[in-house]
Design a protein around this ligand. Structure first.
Ligand code: CS2
Length: 482
């Protein structure tokens, strides 16, 4: 960083740090804009020992930014009318798992920890995206089964820490998934139990009986922090904060009220909704928001747009998402209690248009193989089953297929980040015609349910869209489609 801000570094205010009641795996930007903010507000309003010990499963980056600031950082809500800054002090410490996995297990097995929350992204669950089952042959899972004292995956840490708690006669903790996966609580439970059964069936039964895995719907648009964000904050606030996070003002958290011993922070003081079933909220959010986000990410990137706001400012892309919602997404979404689905989508469009949120199409395009099933393919399957049209959804999926070829419309390389990137590229390169490319990608069982693979009308829509993306480019194809 050549242009480092010269203002003094942010430091923690005087007073004791909160005692940790939560271990959080995955302290990325979303966690800092969301979980930590809700928890900070709940503790300021109601007290309690819900400080957060954050654990980075891979890099030292966030620890190196947060710890020298006493784990304080700024959450910045951006609106065209001005920004709102809040210093968050709920993080007690940050551990880096590969440096000392034993310390992470010990933290999770501590009697005062009652909750382990997760923002580890879709691929962190080591599951098969098209089926939602644990991928037992995943290299990290194989490693963690044979190295209980030094896991690598979140799933390995959860199960081995639960085993330590069982041995110490402590109750299990609640595991709170905050990732954008369908039925994220049940999915987490399934992969944890799948791993536990491979370790010891008694342990698996103990977890099944005593642990809780509430489902959640989480929502706040939060781009990765950039050097420009750090500099802007330094100019506005007079201090340097390397761990700051920019996000939209909107937030929504719907949580299934099912915690071990009914023990949880008072997140409702900052607006979290506790409900008995989150499924309808989750489907609404994954299909309406994340489905169109991914659509805009692939097609917008191919059309040369850097951010979501720039993409939606182009009227043909705005029309694309409006038509998608009206004709192909909303007919598949159940009615969540208290939501007006039409107003929800109108508000989404306004959120996307916020020009201060520089959410890169490239960032959202990451890990498509893990995102497509819950964002777009379930919607496709429901429409096909009901005999409805899927033309625009097929265009979105074809956009992904075109993107993972790794070459853009100007012939330049695309930096495709995906755990299956090589396999995707190989499949794409194996064919020459749009038909062959579509067929090779459709045959990837990790992504596509075999029923979709065998649906001839979906396949045809994909081929037509892919062909047009090659011949006419993304923007003209979207224009033609709307
Ligand atoms: C985005 C999400 O990066 C992505 O894939 O679609 O992170 C999105 O911004 C959040 O789910 C919004 O709540």
């Amino acid at each position: 960083m050549s242009d480092q801000p010269t203002k003094p570094r942010l430091s923690r205010s005087e007073g004791a740090k909160p005692q940790a009641g939560i271990v959080h795996l995955g302290p990325g930007a979303f966690f800092r804009a969301f979980n930590a903010v809700y928890t900070d507000e709940a503790m300021r309003a109601k007290g309690g020992d819900w400080g957060i010990r954050a654990v980075s499963l891979r890099s030292t980056d966030i620890r190196d930014k947060l710890v020298p600031q006493g784990c304080a950082y700024t959450s910045v809500a951006l609106t065209p009318e001005g920004s709102e800054l809040k210093v968050i002090e709920v993080i007690e410490n940050v551990l880096v798992a590969p440096e000392d996995p034993g310390a992470v297990l010990a933290a999770m097995a501590d009697a005062n920890i009652r909750l382990v929350s997760l923002t580890i992204t879709e691929k962190g669950y080591c599951h098969n995206p098209s089926t939602g089952e644990l991928h037992l042959q995943h290299p990290d899972i194989q490693h963690d089964l044979s190295h209980p004292e030094s896991p690598r995956s979140a799933i390995g840490f959860l199960v081995h820490a639960l085993a330590l708690r069982r041995a110490a006669r402590l109750p299990p903790f609640t595991v709170l998934s905050c990732d954008n996966l369908p039925d994220n609580g049940a999915l987490t439970r399934r992969v944890v139990l799948g791993f536990a059964r491979a370790v010891n069936t008694d342990l698996a039964e103990w977890i099944e009986t005593g642990a809780r895995f509430p489902g959640t719907m989480v929502d706040r648009i939060t781009p990765a922090t950039t050097d420009v964000d750090i500099k802007n904050l330094a100019d506005a606030a007079g201090y340097t904060d390397f761990a700051c996070v920019n996000h939209e003002p909107f937030r929504q958290w719907v949580v299934q009220n099912d915690f071990v011993g009914d023990c949880r922070p008072d997140w409702d003081v900052s607006g979290a909704q506790f409900v008995s079933d989150v499924a309808a909220f989750e489907t609404m959010k994954l299909r309406c928001l994340n489905g169109t986000h991914s659509t805009l990410a692939y097609l917008g990137y191919l059309a040369g747009y850097e951010t979501i706001a720039e993409t939606v400012a182009d009227p043909v892309f705005a029309q694309l998402i409006e038509k998608l919602w009206a004709n192909e997404i909303l007919p598949t979404v159940p009615q969540p209690e208290g939501e007006d689905l039409g107003a929800y989508c109108a508000a989404l469009k306004a959120r996307y248009l916020n020009p201060l949120i520089r959410h890169r199409t490239w960032q959202i395009a990451m890990d498509g193989s893990q995102k497509l099933p819950q964002r777009l393919l379930g919607t496709v399957a429901d429409n096909l089953a009901a005999g409805r049209d899927v033309t625009l959804l097929a265009l979105a999926v074809a956009g992904w297929m075109r993107y993972v070829s790794g070459v853009d419309e100007k012939g330049l390389a695309i930096d495709v980040r995906d755990p299956l990137a090589e396999k995707l590229r190989h499949a794409s390169d194996g064919g020459t015609s749009p038909e062959q490319k579509v067929d090779a990608l459709l045959a990837m069982e990790e992504v596509f349910d075999p029923e979709l693979l065998n649906d001839s009308s979906f396949r045809l829509s994909l081929v037509v869209a892919y062909d047009s993306l090659i011949k006419n480019g993304a923007r003209a194809t979207v224009e033609g489609a709307v």
